[in-house]
Design a protein around this ligand. Structure first.
Ligand code: FA5
Length: 338
């Protein structure tokens, strides 16, 4: 029996197999347990001899199992170590680093520029009340100029804001009739415009508002001049055209010369050589009064610009849709270089 068990132990290649041998020979139903159980039937002379023999066989098998177990365990660990070796000399795989979206970078640049001129950055909701989007801005219900900004309505009184100007109204209201107010507000806006090279149904705007005593049109012009020169360089031309917005009086629009065609005319500038980038004007007295400001004491200017159009001019991008289609070939041009 002992011989047979030792052979089986020797042949065991795995721990599980060795355990089966242990159960078969030393387990409760194994031959040695059987022998020990049957001791009672033996004569008093035979009993110690048989007992000693059974113990001897059991110990021999047990110690053979133990040493084989150690051998198998060591082999298993070695195998595992070999399989899991890490070759530290292999070259690393390059990690693709993401980058800011070109619009995000541009907006941060514009924010920094205005912060350096003493402006604060404000935010407002994209799902807006009709009151702040239109009424507080001198656009009562039924006003024809509402058609200039075809809107996505959610209910009769709630819509996706069509411009960032509602943040003007909200900020002035919070100031409780006391100046100065000096803010810019970047954010997403939505209009039912048909998408083409220069229009998108969702785009960004950056609003600016300054309200204080003695704010004049010349302050607006000076501010826009500084902005244009810092953004586009001293050599780019700008022009102000008279315009109309219900919330400013007088109102202007600022155009900048087209970089793509050099002013000759191309599809981006609709063959005019100029691209409109912002609307602006002196805050209408009705807007000041509605927000709780005394329009005899306070005046202000406001402007609203489209950063997509600014980015297109600055980087020579020919289609606004590039910003929203997430083509990596486009985005990576603005990414970090390795
Ligand atoms: C406004 O939205 C006014 N709230 C701006 C304003 C603010 C005027 C404060 C006076 C005082 P307008 O609709 O022109 O104005 O839009 C402003 C800018 O947003 C435009 O000059 C243009 O750069 C950009 N823009 C307008 N519509 C689109 C569009 N569909 N896609 C991309 N950019 C657009």
């Amino acid at each position: 029996l002992q011989q047979e068990a030792l052979e089986k132990i020797e042949q065991s290649q795995e721990l599980k197999q060795l355990n089966d041998v242990r159960v078969a020979y030393l387990g409760k139903k194994g031959p040695i347990t059987e022998v020990l159980k049957g001791m009672g039937k033996l004569s008093a002379e035979e009993r110690p001899k048989m007992g000693a023999l059974a113990n001897e066989v059991r110990d021999a098998i047990a110690s053979a199992i133990e040493s084989k177990q150690q051998v198998l365990e060591t082999a298993a660990i070695e195998k595992q170590l070999q399989e899991e070796t890490i070759d530290v000399t292999l070259p690393g795989r390059p990690v693709q680093v993401g980058s800011h979206h070109p619009l995000t970078s541009l907006i941060e640049e514009i924010e920094d520029l205005f912060i350096s001129m003493g402006y604060k950055v404000e935010e407002g909701p994209e799902v807006e009340k009709d009151y702040y989007n239109f009424e507080a801005l001198n656009l009562p219900k039924g006003h024809p100029a509402r058609d200039m900004q075809d809107s996505f309505y959610i209910t009769e009184d709630i819509l996706l804001r069509t411009h960032t100007s509602p943040v003007q109204a909200r900020t002035m209201e919070r100031h409780g009739g006391k100046g100065p107010v000096k803010i810019i507000c970047p954010g997403k806006v939505y209009r039912r415009d048909n998408d083409d090279a220069t229009h998108s149904h969702q785009f960004m705007q950056i609003e600016g508002l300054v309200v204080d005593e003695n704010i004049r049109m010349s302050d607006l012009k000076g501010t826009l001049n500084v902005f244009a020169k810092k953004m586009f360089g001293e050599d780019r031309e700008i022009r102000l055209r008279p315009s109309f917005f219900p919330f400013t009086e007088p109102s202007v629009e600022m155009d900048i010369s087209c970089k793509i065609c050099g002013g000759v005319g191309c599809s981006v500038c609709k063959k005019t050589g100029w691209i409109e980038i912002l609307g602006a004007g002196m805050v209408h007295p009705n807007v000041l009064e509605k927000a709780g400001f005394d329009s005899k004491k306070y005046t202000g200017f406001a402007f609203g610009m489209g950063p997509e159009r600014i980015a297109m001019l600055k980087y020579g991008i020919d289609d606004i849709r590039h910003f929203y289609t997430n083509d990596e070939r486009f985005l990576m041009q603005f990414g970090q270089k390795e």
